[in-house]
Design a protein around this ligand. Structure first.
Ligand SMILES: C[S@@+](CC[C@H](N)C(=O)[O-])C[C@H]1O[C@@H](n2cnc3c(N)ncnc32)[C@H](O)[C@@H]1O
Length: 289
């Protein structure tokens, strides 16, 4: 794919080469199943009519569309993501919703040439994958008007997120951890779990008024045990261990699936869905006025 600016980092290449197809397969879990963490904040988020907003790592664009509704016809939302196929879905949904105040651009957020015209930069789980998080935060700061706000949602520690921690532990009973040379999506989904680290990164990038609010809540990680097992073996920490183990993983797949089935079964609801606890931070920060 062609990004609007800059070289393609190895992580952006990984998103496009490896993760895009897997994410498309499990879109319902990733976009809707995990949405508790944004619903809590988006419902209460006050957006001034006419506001200009960026959605960082917007994926399939559901949060960008929600923000476009809030900003109203005089507002504008720019959804940025480095995977073009996700944005095709975003554009189709915007058209179907009759929204003309939202655009989607394929770009690496770290290098996108923003002008300082935005009131708000928002991200749900799109901030943890940058090659250089401080450089990315500094670039996002460039997008904001003086006094503009950055609000983003990131996972808390793996130990507080059994929806991925438990399956990883199960898979690691059978397979070795990924090697040093494993290809990855970037620093990773838990790379912004430590508030003291993220606070320092934001300060270095020039933000102030930094605040962390915790959200705990249920996530739906499959509409059946079969779906949940397939999801875990494709994406996230368990999926990474499984993918990197290659032929060994294929040889032990039946045992691993049986163990995952036993581990996930207690979380199955009457309607068949697998619903598990999860934990995130809502981080907010401001560009000085
Ligand atoms: C975990 S997904 C979250 C997607 C969406 N915000 C959601 O909550 O459904 C992370 C997203 O960040 C995007 N991403 C990762 N690194 C990026 C970068 N450097 N520039 C732009 N987007 C990036 C990925 O393509 C992916 O869509």
């Amino acid at each position: 794919m062609t990004l609007t600016a800059g070289r393609q980092t190895e992580y952006v290449a990984f998103w496009n080469d490896i993760l895009a197809t897997k994410f498309e397969r499990f879109r319902d879990i990733l976009m809707n199943g995990l949405s508790h963490h944004s619903a809590v904040w988006l419902n209460g988020l006050h957006v001034v009519p006419g506001a200009r907003i960026v959605d960082v790592g917007c994926g399939w664009g559901d949060t960008a569309l929600a923000l476009a509704h809030k900003a109203g016809p005089d507002g504008h939302v720019l959804g940025l993501d480095c995977v073009d196929s996700f944005l095709r879905k975003s554009r189709a949904d915007a058209t179907a919703a009759g929204l003309e105040n939202v655009e989607f651009v394929a770009a690496d957020v770290q290098t996108y040439p923003f002008d300082a015209s935005f009131d708000l930069c928002f991200s749900r789980f799109g901030m943890m994958f940058f090659e250089n998080p401080v450089a990315a935060m500094r670039n996002i700061r460039n997008a904001l008007k003086p006094g503009g706000e950055l609000v983003f949602i990131v996972w808390r520690d793996l130990s507080e997120n059994p929806w991925v921690g438990l399956p990883k532990a199960v898979v690691q009973e059978f397979l070795p951890p990924p090697g040093e040379d494993a290809r990855t999506c970037g620093p990773g989904p838990f790379s912004m779990a430590a508030p003291e680290v993220v606070r320092k990164q934001l300060e270095i990038a020039g933000f102030g008024d930094i605040r962390f609010d915790a959200t705990d809540g249920p996530v739906t990680v499959g509409d059946s045990l079969r779906n949940a097992i397939d999801f875990q073996l494709a994406i996230g920490p368990a999926g990474e261990v499984f993918r990197e183990a290659g032929a060994l993983a294929d040889a032990r797949r039946a045992e691993i699936e049986a163990a995952l089935r036993r581990a996930l079964k207690p979380w199955q609801q009457a309607d068949g869905r697998i619903v598990m606890p999860s934990a995130s931070w809502r981080v907010s920060a401001r560009k000085p006025a």
